[in-house]
Design a protein around this ligand. Structure first.
Ligand code: C2E
Ligand code: CA
Ligand code: CA
Length: 460
């Protein structure tokens, strides 16, 4: 009997231990380890719970989202460890300053949030700004962080957690673009912008199957002869009411919505069908298509592209796939696999927008990239700014010695074209030669120019 009761109390103790362990694991899973605040997962469930309570009791919930101003540059100049200390310190102050019942969370990076039932949103936002603007001493240096705050209120602005977060984020973005160290509440302007975007989203989903996204073409010319040797394919949306839209108006949104792959595939197929006869007739040698970093994150991207290309009449050796450095930075190993797989089939890969980001020379040396497209921002100042001219000339020289071909983008003036040609640039593209145009105009231009060489000064 005594033995049994001993055994039972042992068991009870073990159950209590396990229970405590479970609680600890649960708490750790809900806690941001750096600041000790609630993490994003627990914040989301906390927000839903509070909205349910407010719904039942007829109350309101104010969501404040916070982003530090210039945190990245502080992090870069002071080092990551100091950056972490600043975040931990701030997390501590935010939680000390919290009003009773508030939930303070770190959403990730330098983003925080406060869920509050306060009715005086303005006073609370001002107080948050004060907390964020306080000075901290880190490694003996005084650091003033400062941050911006976006606010949205349930039920006034939004009726669910998803919209409430989206609207608070929009307000935050407005506060940041107003210069930072300020707060902004979701308002009628932001509501109008949000509704316009919703409409555009719905229209874009419909536009793809309706065939409203079409390929346009801009010639790529040989720098020595000014003959058109290729085309870059650029997407356009023929919107039934708004007219022709450039990619800036829909590509970022399509990327966010996960629609970019469908767009790129549609543009690719239409472009191959259009340009295959141009290549067959000897009008051009190169068809250059853009792919989004989103497409490239799919490990099957290159295999699928080769498969789709095989169903068209365009020879693989005529195709160039333009990829951006952003992607190389995201996953270099995957980039290598795609590039090698494409290169093995004879498809050329070009590094687009070179000179805007990290200008990864290592990638150029170690990946089989045959073409680099020098970004317009560099070409803008060529021939005008001596330092930029020298830099571009040195890049051209380096590229030649690596056996990489350079295409200069955004050539708008004859002086730029002449400078680039004298510096050994092989190919150029830009408004000086021609703007992007629809297929029929492009074909007419190619057929006309196919005879005698184009003089360098021909613009359209
Ligand atoms: P990008 O690949 O850098 O394309 C070059 C952009 O520069 C094009 O803008 C072109 O119209 C413009 N441009 C060309 N020459 C000049 C010039 O002399 N001066 C100036 N100011 N601009 C010039 P566009 O057509 O608006 O395309 C913008 C960006 O959208 C492209 O930049 C590319 O990143 C993206 N994009 C275009 N089509 C597609 C597509 O089918 N799929 C994907 N994923 N992205 C695309
Ligand atoms: Ca491009
Ligand atoms: Ca580019």
């Amino acid at each position: 009997m005594a033995q049994l009761s001993e055994r039972l109390s042992e068991l009870a103790a073990r159950v209590a231990e396990l229970e405590a362990e479970r609680e600890l694991t649960l708490r750790l899973a809900q806690t941001d380890s750096l600041t000790g605040l609630v993490n994003r997962g627990a914040f989301t469930s906390g927000l839903c719970e509070r909205l349910d309570e407010a719904r039942a009791a007829g109350g309101q919930v104010a969501l404040f989202v916070i982003d530090l101003d210039r945190f990245k540059s502080l992090n870069d100049s002071l080092g990551h460890h100091a950056g972490d200390m600043l975040l931990a310190e701030l997390g501590h102050r935010l939680s000390e300053d919290a009003l009773p019942g508030e939930l303070v969370a770190r959403l990730g990076g330098d983003e925080f949030a406060v869920i509050s039932s306060t009715t005086d949103v303005a006073a609370r936002a001002e107080r948050l700004l004060q907390t964020l603007g306080q000075q901290h001493v880190i490694y003996g240096r005084t650091v003033a962080s400062g941050g911006s705050v976006g606010v949205a209120v349930f039920p006034r602005d939004a009726s669910d957690a998803v919209d409430l977060q989206r609207f608070a984020d929009m307000a935050l973005y407005r506060a940041k673009s107003g210069g930072g160290r300020r707060w902004h509440c979701f308002d009628s302007d932001l509501r109008a912008a949000s509704e316009a975007r919703r409409t555009l989203e719905a229209e874009l989903r419909r536009a793809i199957p309706a065939g409203e996204i079409e390929p346009w073409f801009q010639p790529i010319v040989d720098a020595m002869t000014a003959r058109m040797v290729g085309v870059e394919v650029l997407a356009r949306w023929r919107h039934p009411q708004k007219g022709l839209l450039a990619p800036g108006a829909f590509v970022p949104m399509a990327e966010e919505l996960g629609l970019i792959r469908t767009i790129d595939e549609a543009v690719f197929e239409a472009a191959c069908a259009t340009t295959a006869p141009w290549v067959a007739d000897g009008l051009i040698e190169v068809v250059s298509v853009n792919v989004s970093p989103r497409d490239l994150l799919d490990p099957g991207f290159s295999r699928k592209l080769i498969g789709r290309l095989g169903k068209t009449a365009l020879p693989a050796t005529a195709l160039t796939v333009e990829i951006t450095e952003t992607f190389l930075l995201q996953d270099l190993a995957l980039a290598r696999r795609h590039i090698e797989r494409l290169a093995a089939r004879g498809v050329n890969v070009a590094l687009d927008d070179f000179g805007t980001g990290y200008s990864n020379l290592r990638a150029l040396m170690h990946l089989p990239i045959q073409t680099v497209k020098l970004d317009r921002s560099l070409i803008d100042d060529v021939g005008r700014d001596a330092r930029v001219s020298k830099l571009v000339a040195a890049m051209l020289h380096a590229a030649r010695s690596l056996g990489v071909r350079i295409v200069a983008e955004g050539v708008e003036h004859e002086s730029q074209a002449l400078f680039l040609r004298s510096a050994g640039c092989e190919r150029m593209q830009g408004y000086f030669f021609a703007r992007p145009m629809p297929a029929d105009a492009m074909e007419a231009m190619l057929r006309e120019a196919n005879g005698p060489a184009l003089p360098l000064a021909v613009a359209s």
